[in-house]
Design a protein around this ligand. Sequence first.
Ligand SMILES: O=[N+]([O-])c1ccc(O[C@@H]2O[C@@H](CO)[C@H](O)[C@H]2O)cc1
Length: 766
Amino acid sequence: MVRLVASTQALLASTAAAALFPDCQNGPLANNTVCDTTASVSARAQALVAALTNEEKFNLTGNTSPGVPRLGLPSYQWWQEALHGVASSPGVTFAASGNYSHATSFPQPILMGAAFDDALINAVATVVSTEARAFNNANRSGLDFWTPNINPYKDPRWGRGQETPGEDTFHLKSYVASLIDGLQGGKNPQTLKLVATCKHFVAYDEESWHGTLRYEFDAQVTTQDLSEYYMQPFQTCARDAKVASIMCSYNALNGIPTCADQYILQDVLRDHWNWTAAENYVTSDCDSIESAYGYHHYAPTREQVVADSLVAGTELNCGTYYQSHLPSAFSQGLFNQSTIDQAVTRLYSALIRLGYFNPASTTPYRSLSFADVATPDAGALALKAAEEGIVLLKNDGILPLSLRTDRNTTIALIGGWANASQTMQGNYFGIAPYLHSPLYAVQQLPNVRAIYGGTGGDPTTDGWDEAYNAALSADIIIYADGTTTSDAEEGLDRNTINWSGAKVDLVSWLSELGKPLIVLSMGDQLDSAPFLSNQNVSAILWGGYPGQDGGTALVNILTGKTAPAGRLPVTQYPANYVNEVSMLDMNLRPNDTSGNPGRTYKWYDNATLPFGYGMHYTNFSARFTNMSSESYNIASLVSSCDNKTYPYLDLCPFAHQVAINITNTGTVSSDYVALLFVSGQHGPQPYPLKQLVGYERLFSIGAGASQTANLNITLGSLARFDEQGNAVLYPGDYSLLVDVPTQATWNFTLTGSEVVLDHWPQPRNR
Ligand SMILES: O=[N+]([O-])c1ccc(O[C@@H]2O[C@@H](CO)[C@H](O)[C@H]2O)cc1
C-alpha cells in the first residue's frame, strides 16, 4: 500500500504567483511561432515544444507546472474545480474579503438534473465560465476546470452521486452537452472560454465500500454494459460536445488501470470517437498514476507505470509521479521521443486554444472583472435552478401553504437541515456570497413567526424536548433533515439508505400532535417509505443540495410562490436494496445467480419512488398529436438521414418530431416536465422495462391552458446494445409513453432488418 497523504498535500499547495500570461511582445518567446496568432494551433504548439529540452518537457507534465523561466513560460496550475460554481481548489484563490472573496454557488448537479431543463444548465455553465474567466483575469485562477463529474449514478450508496445529474444516460448525455457548451463557450469556438474536463473515465462510481478503496477497485464490466451505460456520457463529451479534456480514473477496468489503458484511451476515445480532430488532453486523476503502481500493482516499477500511462495517452499527471519518474523511464528506453513531444504539444495546444499566447485585445473574455461575478442575475439563476429541481414527493393538500393574513402563523423548523448553511452546497464548493437557510427564508415571510426547534437528536433523544416544545406551540411543523457530506461524499459511500431509527421516531412523535407536518428530505435519496405511509406526515419535498439560496427556493415552493415541477433524476430504492447487491457488482441487468435485482429504472422494478417521479400543485393530461404513421422501415429511416448534418448514425433523427400536448387540468399555473420513454420487446434479452428517449420542460402552463413538447428523438435513443457493445436498431413493436405522473401511449412498428448504428471497438487481448 502507498500512502497518498504527503503527496496529496503537496498537490494542494498553491503555486507561487507568477506572470499570468507569456509575454509574446517582448519576452523570449516573442519570435517563436507559438506567439504567431495567424499560425495553426498545432504549428504553434509544435514550435513551442521544439524550443524545450527534455528535462523541461518532463517538468511540464504535472498539474503544478513550473513553466520554463528561461523562455518566459509562466508556471501554471492545471487543477481548478467548478462543479456548481467556481470552487476552492489548488488553482483558485478567493480573497479574504471584498472583490473575489466569493462566487455564485449553484445547486449540486443532482438537483439541477432534477430540473430536466437543458437551457437552464447552459445558462448556469455560462455564468460559471464567466466568473472563472474573471477570476483568471485577476490572477486568481487558471483556465482548465476539471468538471463535470459525469459518471452515471448507478448505485444509491455512491458518495459522489450528488456530483452527477443522475442515473440515466440519455439524460446525462443531453445535460452534459449543454453544460460543456456553456463552460467552453460553444462547440469548437474560435477561442475556448474554459477547458472543461469530463471525468472520471471510466466505470468509476465507488469510493470506499466494505474495505475496497477507489484507488484499488478493479471494475469488472461486460462490453455490453460498458458501451451501453458507462461510456455513453463520455461519448457525448468527446465525440459530440468536443470537450477539450478528459480525466482517467482511479479504478482499473477489467484488470487495467484506466490511465494506462490503450483500449479506452486510444481505441475508444481517440480513434472511435474521433477525439483527435481537435487538440485535447487527458489528465490523470490526482495521484491515480501513483495508485496504478502502489494499489493496482500494474507494473513492477514506477518507471514502467508512468511510461505505460504516457504511451496509452494520459498526457498530464495530477500529482508528481510523471515529473519524478518520466526522466528515468526515458533513460531506460520505455517510451520514445515522439511520445513525450506529443503529450506536451497536446497540453500547450489546449492553452493556445484558450488564447493564452494571444494579446488580450484579441481574446474575448479578458475584460471580464469582479463586476461580472455574483451579479444579481446570477443570484436569481441560482435560486431558479434550485426551485426548478425541487421534487414534490407527497402532498395531502397542505401545500401550497395558505398562510393567514389576519394573524401570525407560527412555523416550527426542526432538524439538521433547518438552519443549514454551508451544508447546502454539498461538496466541491466555493465561497458563496450568502447562504440562506430554510430558517432564514421562513423568517423573511410576512405574518409568520419562525421558531427553531434545534437539530433533533440522533442516535440519542437529546434535543427531542426542544423539538417537541417548538412543535407544540406551532401551527405548522417543518422537519428538514437528510444526508450531508458527513454521510456521503468523495471517499465515503453509504452503507444504508434508510432514515435512521431515531429520525423516524422523532418524526412519528411530532406527527402525533396532528398538526400539518412537512418533511424536507435533503441531500441524497433516503427511502421515504416510513413518511409516505404515515398519514400524519402531510407532505414531503426532496431538495437535494440546493446551493446558496436553497432556503428561499424551498420556502417559495412551500408557499406556492413557485409551483414544483422537478422529477427524481434517480430511482428511490427501498432500504433493503443495499442487502441485495454488492456495490462492487457493476452489472446493470438482474441476475438470478448473483441475486443482483437490477439497477436503475431500466432494470429494477421495485422502487419506493421511481425515476421521473414528481407531483405538482395541479393536474396535467398528455396527448400525442402528430403520430401519423404507425410503421417505419429501418432502412428508409437510416438512408434518409443526412450524413453531413449527422455524421454518426445514432444521432440521426427519427422520422419526425414527437409532439405531446400537455394540458393543465387543474387550477394552479405550473411548469411541467415531459418525460418520454420507449418500451418494447426487441433486441437481446432481457428487455429493459423502458428507456428515456426525450424530455422537455414546459414553463408556466396556466390553469386550463395547453402547451406542446416537441421532442426530437434520435435513432440512437431507440437502439439496444448487443453483447459486443454495438448499438443496434431492431425491428419490432415499440410503445412511446409519457407516464409519470400522467399516462399516454403511442405504438409504432419498425420493419425490415436490424441496422448497426455504432460498431463498438472490441477490447484488446488482456
Ligand atoms: O490531495 N487531495 O487533497 C485530493 C483531493 C481530491 C482528490 O480527488 C480527486 O480530485 C479530483 C480532480 O478533479 C477528482 O474528481 C477526484 O477524484 C484527490 C486528492
